[in-house]
Design a protein. Structure first.
Lengths: 726, 323
């Protein structure tokens, strides 16, 4: 039985936090570190912590810092004896040819203590694969284009790795991205995004294959359920099966609903097992590829430069057979002595590079991470499913052969922002109860779809920014065109946003006199007249404009409005309504004395002073101390309170970070403590005789506690997203 | 103040008249009748003090320059006038140096202060100078430089004669302040309509805020709808409904409306042609900040027992179990 209260460890040897109770100097970095541990384990956390604390480091520096921190002093004599034993181990049957290892670390691997360079490198690869570190530097050799090319065999090559704190923090938001994509695109798109998020980055072929596996498993589960339910309710099952079979006979390419229906009964199962199985697979794959295309066009996933090209992978494979030092990815081949420390003097140029030393360092380290050359194998991959390759073939302009994709979190955020601001504007301006009551006036009619229009306009802007068609298709774009496109981000004409409008808004505009574009233009003009808060501005006058005018959404003002409301809400829940009012007053009026604040907030002066000091302690308000004499005299000094908006926001974001960190730690500890309940619940589920009523009650209580923590974490992450990431 | 100086002005006019009528004979009789000289000198002295430029007081040096050799003869006159509470002495700052100055007291005031000794009069002057804001007893002692025991007696004497009254400020209820009996305390001292008996009236304010909120909602026909109402309309409605026991000014109503705006309960939706703000009741907005469990920020959160509203409990963890 695990020790319920022992072994709860959440920091690495290089964490900037000494205990769970101390307040971290940078809650954001500490939270990121915790996320890394949660998702990738303690060793990766150690590497991430080293990069956080030291800044930008090369691989050799990283290995040096980590091993020097984690290594312990050991007895030289003991080491000599172990070495001697290992040299004669072949003759001793007891050891069965296995070498004896000495533990050279100060702690266990489970606690993040690493002394092996290969482990550090592997952890770094995990971070690279998931785009959690930035790479800078390179070789000094320049090609014709002036681009710095890597030459790992050259002494001039130097790569530095920087941990991306804000990106690591997004790990806990991945489920939100999946859910959002599922909502705005389709179910398969959700699976694709989920798969890419789990793997960090993948080739299109691999992603489609992985998603097919997921869908197939889901179908099998559904089929099993259908079989079981079919046994209970034979009538219903047979009816559904008959209907499905009928549909199938009429159509060679059944829809997803039909396919799911197939798997929910026995007859469909039989059909799947026969010749229809292939056609179902073909149809599902077609749907997946279609979703993949949609995601690419919408910018939710982006093509990135692969860590290694196919040629580089092949070269590395050949090399790996010869080189077994475990440090293939470094800019130098680094020798490690028996004590686990790097021996700089033993550095030597790598001489086994096949292409004359023009490979990047990143390309050399990739296979170690993936463990399978096919993961990034490119066109030469023979293991690619021919069906998938055939489906992707017509899309090669959009999805080139061997291209690697990852989820574009920027687009996910932009899309979420468009929905959030659309809802905000709808709540601000749309006539209330319009669904049930006929709107009062014609003006109200114009504002019925105000939220949908804002969402459509922001979606269009997000597409322009994250997925311009020219860029996706790899078309040539002159510098001038590029600048014009960038300058016009956010500006739109009614016809440009029309395709993104919700169905009811489009229908309403079609039914009106003048046509959809003209009506949309009229709506946008009406919206541009609203000033509390402003939603739309006319960039180009609509009257006489060939495209019905050019408009732009006041995104900054709307976001500011939303952030103000969030700050007010947080202050209200944390310090009370009067504190929130005081902060609002200071934001509007600037520097003020406490008595004047009390008068404006309509509270007694004493209460106002107490609240101001609490707010000052939490760094929400600042105090300006104006001395009237040369020496400090509190009697004559004037104390002015004020709010610095950036500082207030920073303090608020830090508090949210800290709250998330505390909740995550508590949850992790609860899970550690509740292992017993989970084990017992599993046992009880396996055999009825182990079921105990009291145990079940406790287990449910435990699960409910975890649910509360999860719910709180989701709420906080939502707040953080609006305050910091949108 | 000029109206209060009317009595000495009369005296001065009489003296001038007398001076004019007796002007031709005064030179002849100067050496013979010293009493007449004294009264003439007194009349000249009063006439000088009654002049508008000297109503705030005349310095000793000015007197010397004006009267020349007659200055020494002024001493008994000044003493007599001071004794009869018709003249007051104070220090005036002239060019960085403090100098004794003299000013006349009105008849009415002189009657009030009649019989008071010099320290009492000085205390009265200090309190008078504080106006309707009052002065703390400690400050009176510091300014008048009178021992506490004597000062207490003086305060009692002045209170008995209904010349001064003790008051308390809402900002410092333990401090005893004094101000002239006839004056009404300033708003800063009483706290205005938001205080009753030196206590902040939270309930009264809450009632008024609720009324305004309801008023804005009803006048606009609901949350976030309507064209908005002006401050004047709200104030009129409050007067009409007689919600306040004291008459509220437009500024005070504005103060209440502002607090509601700062709380995001009402918001501006436009302006009238005259530039007046139009208010509507704020609509409910999804703020995406539903989290309200800020105890989690406390350093000992990990070791706390947490109980949710529906009885779900997270048991406390022992500190030593954490690494």
């Amino acid at each position: 039985m695990p020790n319920a209260f022992g072994g709860f460890l959440h920091i690495s040897p290089l964490s900037n936090l000494s205990s769970s109770t101390s307040t971290p100097p940078s809650p954001s970095a500490t939270l990121s570190s915790n996320c890394i541990r949660d998702y990738f384990g303690p060793i990766v956390q150690t590497v991430a912590d080293c990069l956080i604390s030291k800044g930008s480091l090369s691989l050799s520096e990283l290995i040096h810092y980590i091993t020097s921190t984690c290594v312990r002093d050991w007895n030289v004599e003991r080491e000599r004896l172990v070495g001697r034993l290992n040299s004669t181990i072949g003759n001793n049957a007891y050891y069965q040819g296995k070498k004896v290892h000495m533990n050279k670390a100060r702690g266990s691997e489970g606690s993040g203590f690493v002394t092996e360079a290969t482990h550090v490198r592997a952890a770094l690869l995990v971070l690279l694969q998931h785009s959690l570190v930035g790479v800078s530097g390179g070789g000094k050799n320049r090609e014709e284009g002036g681009v710095s090319r890597a030459d790992p065999t050259s002494g001039q090559s130097h790569y530095n790795y920087t941990f991306l704190v804000d990106r690591a923090r997004l790990l806990m938001r991945y489920p939100r991205y999946v859910e959002h994509v599922r909502e705005v695109v389709d179910e398969n798109a959700g699976h694709i995004v989920e798969t890419l998020l789990i793997h960090g980055r993948m080739r299109a072929e691999d992603a489609v294959a992985a998603v097919w596996e997921v869908v197939k498993q889901g179908m099998e589960v559904d089929a099993d359920d259908g079989e079981e339910s079919g046994k209970d309710k034979p009538g219903k099952s047979s009816a559904v099966a008959a209907a499905s079979a009928g549909d199938d006979s009429n159509d060679d390419e059944p829809s997803m609903e039909e396919i799911e229906a197939f798997f929910s009964n026995e007859k469909a199962e039989k059909t799947l097992n026969n010749h229809n199985k292939d056609s179902v697979k073909q149809q599902v794959l077609k749907d997946i590829v279609a979703s993949f295309r949609k995601l690419t066009e919408a910018g939710y996933i982006e093509a990135i430069k692969p860590i290694a090209t196919a040629q580089e992978m092949q070269d590395l494979h050949l090399k790996e057979k010869d080189v077994d030092d475990g440090i293939n990815g470094g800019e130098f081949e680094i020798d490690i002595d028996e004590h686990g420390t790097l021996v700089d003097k033993k550095k030597r140029k790598r001489s086994k590079s096949i292409d004359g030393g023009k490979q990047s360092k990143k390309s050399k380290v990739a296979p170690q991470e993936s463990g399978n050359a096919n993961d990034f194998g490119g066109p030469q991959c023979n293991s690619d499913d021919p069906a998938i390759v055939a489906l992707l073939e017509p899309l090669r302009k959009l999805i080139p052969l061997g291209s690697v994709y990852r989820v574009n979190t920027g687009m996910c955020h932009a899309s979420l922002k468009s929905m959030i601001l659309g809802r905000l504007v709808q709540e601000f301006y749309a006539p209330q109860q319009y669904a049930n009551v006929k709107s009062k006036s014609k003006e109200d009619d114009n504002l019925l779809h105000v939220g949908g229009i804002v969402t459509a306009a922001l979606t269009f802007a997000a597409r322009q920014e994250h997925a311009p068609l020219e860029q996706i298709l790899g078309l040539e774009e002159s510098e001038e065109d590029k600048h014009r496109r960038m300058a016009e981000w956010g500006a739109f004409t009614p016809s440009e946003i029309a395709p993104y409008l919700p169905a009811d808004a489009t229908k309403a505009m079609h039914s009106k006199v003048g046509g959809p574009i003209q009506n949309l233009s009229a709506m946008l003009i009406r919206m541009s007249q609203l000033q509390y808060p402003p939603i739309v501005v006319q960039v180009e006058d609509a009257s006489g404009h060939p495209n019905g005018g050019k408009f732009e959404i006041c995104t900054r003002q709307l976001m500011q409005r939303l952030r103000d409301r969030i700050i007010h809400r947080i202050l209200t829940t944390r310090h009370g309504l009067v504190a929130a009012r005081i902060v609002s007053i200071l934001q509007v009026k600037g520097h003020m004395e406490s008595d004047a604040i009390a008068e404006d907030a309509m509270v007694p002066a004493k209460e106002a002073r107490e609240i101001l000091h609490r707010l000052h302690r939490d760094q929400y308000v600042d105090l300006f101390d104006m001395h009237m004499t040369k020496t400090h005299n509190s009697g004559t000094a004037i104390y002015l309170w004020h709010v610095v908006d950036d500082r207030l926001l920073r303090a608020m974001v830090n508090d949210v970070h800290l709250a998330i960190l505390h909740l995550r730690l508590r949850r992790q500890h609860e899970v550690e403590v509740g292992k017993d309940w989970m084990d017992r619940a599993k046992e009880a589920g396996a055999t009825e005789e182990n079921a105990h009523e009291e145990d079940q009650k406790r287990y449910h209580k435990f699960c409910k506690g975890l649910e509360r923590l999860d719910c709180a974490l989701l709420q906080l992450d939502e707040t953080l997203m609006v305050l910091k990431d949108l | 103040m000029p109206p209060k100086r009317s009595a000495p002005a009369k005296v001065s006019a009489a003296a001038t008249k007398r001076k004019r009528t007796e002007g031709s004979t005064s030179a002849a009789s100067t050496n013979n009748n010293s009493a007449d000289d004294q009264s003439e000198l007194q009349a000249r002295f009063i006439a000088l003090l009654s002049q508008p430029e000297h109503q705030k007081g005349i310095t000793n040096s000015t007197l010397k320059a004006h009267f020349g050799s007659d200055y020494t003869n002024l001493v008994p006159i000044i003493n007599e006038l001071t004794r009869s509470s018709k003249l007051t002495m104070s220090k005036m700052n002239t060019g960085g140096t403090a100098e004794v100055s003299f000013s006349l007291i009105t008849e009415e005031e002189a009657t009030k202060l009649e019989g008071l000794d010099a320290p009492s009069k000085m205390v009265y002057r200090v309190i008078e100078s504080s106006g309707d804001k009052g002065i703390w007893t400690v400050d009176v002692r510091a300014q008048a430089n009178i021992p506490q025991g004597t000062l207490t007696k003086i305060f009692k004497q002045l209170e008995t004669r209904r010349l001064i009254k003790p008051i308390k400020a809402v900002t410092a209820k333990t401090k005893k302040l004094y101000m002239l009996y006839d004056l009404t305390p300033a708003k800063e001292i009483t706290g205005g309509p938001w205080y009753s008996e030196y206590e902040f009236d939270h309930e009264f304010i809450a009632e008024l805020r609720n009324f305004i909120l309801m008023c804005v909602r009803r006048m606009n026909g609901g949350h976030g709808t309507g064209n908005g109402v002006t401050l004047k309309q709200i104030a009129d409605k409050m007067t009409q409904a007689n919600v306040s026991r004291v008459k509220l000014t437009l500024e005070e109503v504005q103060q209440l409306v502002q607090t509601l705006a700062f709380d995001y309960l009402i918001e501006q939706r436009g302006v009238t042609e005259e530039g007046e703000a139009l208010f509507v009741a704020a609509r409910k907005v999804t703020t995406m900040s539903e989290f309200g469990w800020w105890d989690v920020l406390d350093p000992d959160f990990h070791f706390r027992r947490v109980r949710f509203e529906d009885g779900v409990v997270l048991s406390p963890h022992e500190p030593h179990h954490h690494s």
